[in-house]
Design a protein around this ligand. Sequence first.
Ligand SMILES: [Zn+2]
Length: 291
Amino acid sequence: MRIFRILVLALGASAVGAVSAYAQKELPTSGAITITLDDATRDQYIYGLPIFRKYGVEGTLFLTTGDMGEEAGTGRWASLTWSEAREFLDAGFEAGGHTITHRHLPQLTTIELQAELGFPQALIYHKIGVFPTTFAAPFGDIQDSNGRVANAIREIYDAHAWWGGGEGTGYNSLVSVDPYQIGRVEIKRDTKPQDVCDKIAVAAKEVLWIVLVFHGIVPKPLTGPEGEYQTSTAAVEEIAKCSAAFVKNGSLRTGSIKEILDTIPHRHGPGRNVDKPIMSLIKGSARTQPY
Ligand SMILES: [Zn+2]
């Protein structure tokens, strides 16, 4: 019954017919958890990294490379430095792309789009020696009228973390997944850590892959709309601690998007370099909150 439940939860009832096709394949024995951090700010380095390191939870750091340098900047949106990014790699994080300038991709010309997607790969490789293959679009915005942005992402990256992925649930199947529709659970200032822990427990029980996304990490989030996307260090610690408990008892493994994807036996979806845009797959998605 377990496989039946996995597919229903992660892919929707339409996938039930595929059960028999997967029954003979190797099935995962534990769920998985991936931490993702968008924008790669210094706050995430200063306040987040020590927590993730302490609890041994791993994930993907999505770098916006435009302001990255060797000198530490100041202010809320300051990017971490290249040497700080290297420390994330040492803690088991993958470096992913999150463009150069963090603009809405559908508004860009084709040349700008190619630059925003491809240039960070070259720069990250040059600076810290790893070649990013996972991408997250700024604001989760890939929705133009003809699938141009989604297709460009497919041509340049192997995977895309996106709010509409996993049918908007934040859970992904460990049996079969579209790598360009990796769903994430968004964590904001007003998200209750216990609710996140409850979701993590479901991933452990149902052998699913849960991907969390954090933005700002600070001791005390700002009040009002400005602090909406900040999470307190206390909340991050509670979530990391809860994740680590499942990792320790063997019901979840932790790793970057790339690492977990590499263990999934079946990939579905249109694949790379094909004409069919993924717009047809994302229409009607219930969620509307981008990041
Ligand atoms: Zn962002």
